[in-house]
Design a protein around this ligand. Structure first.
Ligand code: ATP
Length: 358
């Protein structure tokens, strides 16, 4: 039996807006699940329904095998960390972390021990006497997380907890959140619009768009076996390149090149006259002419050196793409270039439904 089950969950707001459609998911104890998708896709709404902060319009929310739609937030064994960490400014770090337990009237000795233990996990031991204003953004966010984990609830809900931090702090905190999860083993549901956070933190990712679940899977599954154009383009950085074309004589065109798709899809005859999306990841290409590959000549428009690798923006006729190459192989701007995409690294999608063609 799964720890949490969401069965055909829908959210229709009082103004009639249908924000979440038929959301289905089972979560095991200890799992780290990330909801990811662009702004407005319904991820916070879903999280808030799990927290009990928002009514479920229809569907079943099952906790430990029992229907829990009508339980209030406090009865659901959840603790939530929000985007804005809202610490009490006049209270020390110790008192902020202890706050929930103090309210519950927990014994002072127990509070002291649990705050110290939480502070140790979060690397806040040396800051317990400070006020929030004397902390960095990352430290404040850790206090907010401490306030949640000290309650030792079963489910830990986080809504974009890193969005107020700068890029460097986000990377550090991401690592720390993974460590905290390893140490506490708490079931965690984490909302973000950042695919890198999703990929690095999640056991499983739920990709959402316009209120609909697009795909649920491990980071590996989403990267290697995307179900549709949206997931393929959302997971991976830089995003997958897409070339749209009508199949003519078993081929589509990229610039002046005809790509004979029968090499990738033996049943290409069935697609004659239909729209196909040809997808390849920037990192899947190799420079020069390779065997068992689509070989494409192109023009370099711009390069971005990022350290160990370089993003190369290319055009072939009207079509554009990004290639990721080893920085030692960075081409000159305006150079003519040939690159190869191994047949097995190409994804084909139905141009109409945008679903992957297997
Ligand atoms: P973001 O990353 O911007 O927070 P999100 O994926 O978390 O986005 P939600 O906050 O879940 O999105 O909102 C989903 C949709 O529901 C949005 O279109 C939003 O405008 C709408 N919405 C949210 N709250 C309400 C409300 N109280 N009444 C009506 N519509 C709402």
């Amino acid at each position: 039996m799964a720890y949490i089950e969401l069965k055909n969950i829908n959210k229709i707001y009082p103004n009639g807006f249908h924000a979440v459609h038929n959301f289905n998911l089972e979560i095991e104890k200890g799992e780290f699940v990330v909801f990811v998708g662009p702004s407005g896709c319904g991820k916070s709404t879903t999280l808030r329904m799990i927290a009990g902060l928002e009514d479920i319009s229809n569907g079943d929310f099952i906790l430990n095998g029992k229907r829990a739609n009508d339980l209030g937030p406090r009865e659901r064994e959840v603790a939530m960390v929000f985007q804005s960490y809202a610490l009490y400014p006049q209270m020390t770090v110790f008192d902020n972390i202890a706050f929930g337990l103090t309210l519950q009237g927990v014994d002072e000795d127990v509070i002291e021990e649990r705050v110290k233990n939480t502070a140790r996990i979060l690397g806040l031991t040396d800051y317990l006497d400070r006020l929030p204003r004397a902390l960095s953004g990352g430290q404040r966010q850790r206090v907010a997380i401490g306030r949640a984990i000290i309650r030792k609830v079963g489910i830990f809900l986080m809504d974009e907890p890193l969005s107020n931090l700068d890029a460097k702090q986000r990377v550090t905190m991401r690592y720390e959140i993974a460590q905290i999860h390893r140490e506490t083993g708490a079931t965690t549901i984490y909302v973000t619009h950042d695919q890198t956070e999703a990929m690095t933190l999640a056991d499983r990712i739920v990709v959402m768009k316009d209120g609909y679940v697009q795909q649920i899977g491990t980071p590996r599954e989403l990267y290697f076996q995307p179900e549709n154009v949206f997931v393929a383009g959302f997971i991976g950085e830089p995003p997958m390149n897409f070339l749209r074309g009508t199949v003519q004589g078993g081929a589509i065109r990229f610039g002046d090149v005809k790509l004979d798709l029968s090499r990738r899809l033996p049943a290409i005859g069935d697609w004659e006259g239909k729209q196909i999306v040809f997808g390849f990841r920037p990192e899947a290409i190799r420079l020069g002419e390779q065997e068992e590959s689509f070989v494409i000549p192109c023009q370099v428009e711009l390069t971005e050196m990022l350290g160990d690798n370089t993003n190369v923006y290319i055009t072939a006729g009207e079509d554009r793409a990004i290639l990721k190459v080893d920085s030692h192989d960075t081409p000159e701007t305006d150079a003519a270039l040939t690159f190869s995409i191994p047949y097995e690294s190409v994804y084909l999608f139905d141009g109409e439904t945008e679903k992957v063609i297997r």
